[in-house]
Ligand binder design. Structure first.
Ligand SMILES: [Zn+2]
Length: 67
């Protein structure tokens, strides 16, 4: 038996979570990044294209302001 798991821990990057001690988080397990990302998105998480940021369901996406 081969147990090949890919585990991703998502921590919400929205401003509210960033400033609180109770950051929204979730764990997703799959066989690949794509599978993990798909199940996360199904539950309402949003993941940035470069996989560096994610936002919990219903949380506000932070806008990066260029200065
Ligand atoms: Zn959040």
């Amino acid at each position: 038996m081969i147990a090949a798991n890919y585990t991703a821990h998502l921590y919400c990057d929205c401003e509210v979570c960033e400033n609180s001690h109770r950051q929204e988080q979730a764990e997703f397990i799959g066989e690949s990044w794509n599978q993990v990302a798909t199940s996360a998105r199904k539950q309402g998480w949003r993941i940035s294209q470069d996989r560096t940021r994610c936002y919990a369901p219903g949380h506000k996406i932070k806008r990066t302001t260029k200065q």
